[in-house]
Design a protein around this ligand. Structure first.
Ligand SMILES: Nc1ncnc2c1ncn2[C@@H]1O[C@H](COP(=O)(O)OP(=O)(O)OP(=O)(O)O)[C@@H](O)[C@H]1O
Ligand SMILES: Nc1nc(=O)c2ncn([C@H]3C[C@H](O)[C@@H](CO)O3)c2[nH]1
Length: 213
């Protein structure tokens, strides 16, 4: 096992990935890799008309994440520096398998594998699992205008897709350790003890990995 961890925070839309990754980066004094949201020119259009804009949006996310992770590999992982990101590259497939159809989906899949198969993959995933009610509440509270008309069925399906994806990673990438956080009950934003427990579990896991290197 590698000594220097690459940690990714994952979960469906509004689960709290960016919030938790930012808090942990600060607590552990490690760099944070954050996905681009506000500068994304296709997100607003996508939520208005998924069929029309999905290919552009998925390709935009893929290219951005590809570049970020390529840089992360060179800057941090190759130099044995720990790093935390608010996504796993696999989320591109989770979303695209739902939003794309037919030839576009086939082409995207090929491009995805071509670009990402040799990218650095996280050693540890913090998976925030939350139900539809919790996510809808948080998306509303966050007030991103383009997300307010999000189809509930789309979000509900993504929750299921995330469950399947995490189970698949657990089987197909056994060196990746997944810590599941109950996002309905654990309030790492308001409750200091909840956050302290997550940080302590993560540090212990990293320590164990170092011991077993
Ligand atoms: N555990 C939590 N308890 C209470 N509020 C939370 C919790 N996690 C996140 N929030 C709140 O929910 C909103 C969404 O959080 P955040 O932006 O971190 O989610 P995200 O998973 O990064 O979203 P996205 O999928 O859109 O990137 C924010 O307003 C945040 O303060
Ligand atoms: N279709 C699609 N594909 C992705 O890879 C992807 N990654 C994030 N998102 C959406 C969720 C939030 O609204 C917003 C910020 O995370 O962007 C995505 N949407």
């Amino acid at each position: 096992m590698k000594q220097t961890p690459f940690i990714a925070v994952e979960g469906a839309i509004g689960a709290g990935k960016t919030t938790l990754a930012t808090m942990l980066a600060q607590e552990m004094n490690i760099p944070l890799i954050k996905e681009i949201v506000e500068e994304n020119p296709f997100l607003g259009k996508f939520y208005e008309n998924i069929d029309e804009w999905s290919f552009q949006l998925e390709m935009f996310f893929l290219c951005n994440r590809y570049k970020q992770l390529e840089d992360t590999g060179l800057q941090y992982i190759a130099n044995h520096k720990p790093v935390i990101s608010d996504y796993h590259i696999y989320k591109n497939l989770i979303f695209s398998e739902r939003t794309l159809k037919g030839v576009q989906r086939d082409k995207y899949r090929q491009i995805y594998h071509l670009l990402t198969d040799d990218l650095p993959k996280p050693d540890i995933i913090l998976y925030i699992r939350a139900d539809l009610e919790t996510l809808l509440y948080r998306i509303k509270k966050r007030e991103r205008v383009f997300e307010q008309s999000m189809d509930t069925a789309y979000l509900g399906q993504l929750i299921l897709d995330y469950e399947e994806a995490m189970a698949s990673i657990a089987i197909n990438e056994p060196s990746t350790q997944i810590i599941t956080i109950d996002g309905n009950l654990i309030d790492f934003v308001e409750n200091k003890e909840h956050f302290a427990q997550i940080a302590s579990d993560l540090k212990e896991l990293i320590h164990e990995r170092i011991q077993h290197t």
